[in-house]
Design a protein around this ligand. Sequence first.
Ligand code: IMP
Ligand code: MG
Length: 187
Amino acid sequence: MRVHHDVWDQDVEQVLISEQELDEIVSRIAAQIDQDYKDKNLLLLCILKGSLVFMGDLMKKLSIPCEIDCMKVSSYGHGTVTSGRINILLDLHRQDLSEKDILIIEDIIDSGKTLSYLVSYLRINGARSVRTVALLDKPSRREVDYTPDYVGREIPDAFVVGYGLDFGEKYRSLPYVGILKPEIYTN
Ligand code: IMP
Ligand code: MG
């Protein structure tokens, strides 16, 4: 256990995906992208802030060249309840989308609203192709019919934190994905 995480480790009920397993998952996805995008013009699009850690690890494992960019959207109203409305807080400002094969890098897909919205948004804005990667998938929570092109791991319907994911901006720096104790978000 790392000393500087102890204060947050206490709020975690169970480690769902260990550092080592995350590393294996990210390596597997990187190998798939290497195969599928070797003749394309890859632009990795990080959806801030939750996908920051995943994006950093994933891009280091790619053998093919890529460019990176970021967008920031908000879908969550308060706490663990989704508001359903997607707001673009930081947009892409590029003139070259018609030459780019975009891979949206997302930490987790829940209702599906964020990813399905972003895919249509980028297509409307002229991207050559748009596909998606979700590190985590909670299929039982889907409200919009959307399946990511690459999924790291399916997880049950529990609120998870760590490896970039937060609750109230906390826990992002934990190196594993853990299930948050329900008393933390029901108080
Ligand atoms: P969707 O639009 O409902 O698919 O929401 C996806 C977004 O909700 C993700 O990018 C996360 O920011 C957030 N989210 C969904 N489930 C969790 C969770 O268990 N922990 C932390 N954030 C979550
Ligand atoms: Mg997110």
